[in-house]
Design a protein around this ligand. Structure first.
Ligand SMILES: Nc1ncnc2c1ncn2[C@@H]1O[C@H](COP(=O)(O)OP(=O)(O)OP(=O)(O)O)[C@@H](O)[C@H]1O
Length: 321
């Protein structure tokens, strides 16, 4: 798997420090069961919405917890605005919303907002109220009586109302119905635009990430395997669609750019990194979706992506016409 030019090793200049709100360098976290993060390097641009994507167990939650100061790394460093983060305390300007939303089930929505108001130095009551109203949350309803999605919306309202500089969200869209997902995405976009908040979120919902997240990082086995600005990652790939499934018909495809070959009896789809060479007659080049790229790259990292590669290697060379 490739890493985009934005990845890993950027020069440590003063300008970069200003633009990058978060710098994670060679992060490693070892639990008894093994390494959850390994040599993970990632920078997050100020004002960006960055998606952490990856399979179950890839290390996304562990990374978010390390950034929020909830656990110490075994190796490497996390720095927020140039200051190293450690488990001695979450920096005041970072807000982390965990997957299991931290709410008191016996409290009402109104009480929960009051509690949060007292617990936080910075608190935007008007924003909390507006977000609860948008979610049609009854202020007198008990938290325990809300649906999973409604509890997520309340927890999100509290996270936003803290007005953090860096908002970390672990699977924020997971419990939400399609309409609520759209509304939460809209809130994310408007909050970033209004407040200049930087957001890092983990998600499995790829289709929607494409429209919300300016940046993405794919994490596999505790490492960053692909990262960059979302548009650039998409523009950096080409999907070629052609007829037939004969391996010999693929010889014109540059082997070093190949991410995935998928065949049906009628059609062959080839995902390439970078621009495609001029395809032969009958083939077309398309812009792939983010889903297609991320899923293919994940399959590739598991060694299952290039189903047709061995055929391609053993196929006879196509004669030049
Ligand atoms: N507290 C812990 N103690 C031991 N092992 C842990 C702990 N937390 C995470 N792990 C392990 O670290 C690895 C990464 O887990 P993590 O929860 O960070 O993955 P994830 O990418 O967030 O997964 P998911 O998408 O399923 O939420 C897994 O193998 C997990 O079992």
């Amino acid at each position: 798997m490739t890493t985009s030019p934005h990845a890993a090793h950027q020069p440590d200049t003063a300008a970069a420090e200003t633009d990058d709100v978060l710098r994670i360098r060679k992060a490693g976290k070892r639990f008894r069961s093994g390494w959850a993060l390994r040599d993970l390097t990632l920078t997050v641009r100020r004002g960006s919405i960055t998606a952490l994507l990856g399979p179950n167990g890839a290390g996304k939650t562990t990374l978010l917890r390390a950034v929020s100061g909830l656990l110490d790394l075994t190796e490497g460093t996390v720095s927020f605005n140039g200051r190293q983060v450690s488990s001695t305390g979450t920096p005041e300007r970072i807000s982390f919303l965990a997957q299991d939303k931290p709410l008191y089930r016996r409290s009402t929505v109104a009480d929960m907002l009051q509690i949060a108001r007292h617990l936080n130095v910075r608190w935007d009551a008007a924003l909390a109220r507006r977000l609860c109203d948008e979610a049609e949350l009854n202020q007198r309803a008990r938290v325990g009586a809300l649906s999973g999605g409604q509890r997520s919306r309340l927890a999100l309202a509290i996270a936003f109302a803290r007005r953090p500089e860096l908002l970390l969200l672990d699977e924020p869209l997971a419990d939400l119905d399609p309409l609520a997902r759209l509304e939460v995405q809209q809130t994310l976009l408007s909050t970033v635009a209004e407040q200049g908040t930087t957001v890092v979120l983990s998600s499995h919902i790829l289709g929607e990430i494409e429209h919300v997240c300016s940046d993405l990082a794919v994490i596999t086995d505790g490492r960053v395997s692909l990262r960059g600005e979302t548009d650039e990652v998409i523009d950096g790939h080409t999907l070629l669609i052609g007829p037939g499934s004969e391996p010999a018909a693929l010889q014109w495809i540059p082997r070093e750019q190949l991410v995935e070959v998928r065949r049906t009896p009628r059609q062959t789809a080839v995902l390439l990194e970078g621009p495609a060479p001029l395809p032969p007659p009958g083939w077309s080049a398309e812009r792939p979706s983010l889903d297609e790229i991320v899923i293919a790259q994940l399959r590739r990292s598991r060694g299952t992506a290039v189903a047709g590669l061995s055929d391609l290697d053993s196929a006879p060379t196509r004669e030049a016409s």
